[in-house]
Write a protein that binds this ligand. Structure first.
Ligand code: FA5
Length: 346
């Protein structure tokens, strides 16, 4: 019996000093495990006399219960402490700032197309889209540019199907004028955003593939002043309420009269700066009253109907609005350039 007393004293004494989960596991094995002191004592009961055995057996059972009960809360506390320590050392540092996920944004050209669609929708224009691979008939013939016309040379055409150059990459969005009028009766009020292609040397303001916005309005009594009003409104919406539009005579075979149109420079307020090359004006595109031959070509009677058309370069508008000085940046896929527009909410 003195054995069991000393096991109890020693076990309770060690229990008080347990400070880690490993210590606790060792203690449990030493006293309560299958080879622990209590079990060994129980196994040794057989060597006792018949009188001593019952009391010793009871004492062993009492001790086993007492130690189990005393050990349980200590084990629970050490397990909880070990879990907290593990989380602090090898998992998440909740104080670190999170990683911002990369969020995509529309390409500046697509964002500008959306902006233009919205502006023109408010003026009653619907958006239509057409093929980038065109026939000479729509790209030239129906636009009053016959095969032998010198103006055909102005458009540096990319030929898809030689030798008669009938299938080409469209050199402008104007072929959609005839395609739209063939499908619709007046009144016609459309814009056509889309890609155009020209076989020309690239520089800071010229690309071989670029984007245009065509506009076409045909009805009874459409006048040059309507064209001016529509483009003025577009410029105000794009660049601010103070903007003015300027028209100067220009030649395009499919309009009569033909004009080029510019907007006074928003950067210097028309005073002259690097962006507008010190002229105070930024050229945006060509325009004019639809030529009677174009109207006739699609079966409209020019004595009844009149209309205006315009075509502008979308990259050039973005360049003006955001001060981009090289058109080649739009297709270079440099994220530093593209992210500027995402940040501007363009
Ligand atoms: C035309 O393409 C005519 N179709 C515009 C038009 C439509 C006139 C309807 C009358 C009536 P032009 O070649 O000037 O015209 O091009 C119009 C605009 O497209 C230019 O002012 C410019 O902003 C843009 N552009 C033309 N060529 C390029 C190019 N290589 N790179 C980038 N933008 C270009």
């Amino acid at each position: 019996m003195s054995d069991i007393q000393s096991i109890r004293t020693q076990a309770l004494e060690r229990l008080e000093h347990l400070s880690t989960l490993e210590d606790a596991q060792t203690w449990e094995a030493d006293y309560l495990g299958p080879k622990g002191a209590v079990k060994l004592f129980q196994r040794s009961l057989g060597s006792l006399s018949a009188e001593e055995r019952p009391a010793a057996g009871r004492a062993a059972n009492d001790l086993s219960r007492e130690l189990t009960e005393a050990f349980a809360p200590i084990l629970e506390r050490l397990q909880a402490e070990s879990l907290t320590a593990g989380m602090a050392s090898d998992s998440i540092d909740v104080t670190l700032p999170g990683r911002t996920p990369t969020v995509g944004a529309a390409h500046p050209i697509n964002a500008m197309i959306d902006e233009l669609i919205e502006i023109f929708a408010h003026m009653g224009f619907q958006s239509v889209f057409g093929p980038e691979v065109e026939t000479g008939r729509y790209n030239f013939d129906l636009l009053n540019i016959p095969a032998d016309h010198p103006a055909r040379d102005v458009w540096d055409t990319m030929i898809v199907q030689a030798p008669n150059a009938e299938i080409i990459m469209r050199t402008h969005t104007s072929p959609m004028q005839a395609r739209t009028m063939e499908r619709m009766e007046p009144p016609v009020r459309v814009i056509v955003p889309g890609k155009a292609y020209r076989f020309e040397a690239q520089d800071a303001s010229h690309e071989w593939q670029f984007t245009q916005l065509e506009g076409l309005m045909v009805d009874k009594d459409v006048r040059l002043s309507d064209l001016k009003g529509v483009l003025q409104e577009m410029a105000r919406q794009l660049f601010g309420p103070e903007r003015k539009v300027r028209f100067r005579c220009d030649f395009f075979p499919f309009v009569e009269p033909g004009v080029d149109f510019s907007v006074d420079c928003a950067v210097c307020d028309g005073k002259g700066c690097r962006v507008c090359k010190y002229t105070g004006w930024l050229e945006m595109g060509g325009a004019g009253m639809v030529h009677p031959n174009v109207l006739r070509g699609v079966g409209y009677d020019p004595k009844v109907y009149s209309g205006f058309a315009f075509g502008l370069g979308i990259e050039r508008i973005i360049m003006m609005k955001y001060g981009v000085n090289d058109i080649r940046a739009f297709q270079a896929n440099d994220l530093r350039f593209l992210e500027r527009f995402a940040a501007a909410g363009a």
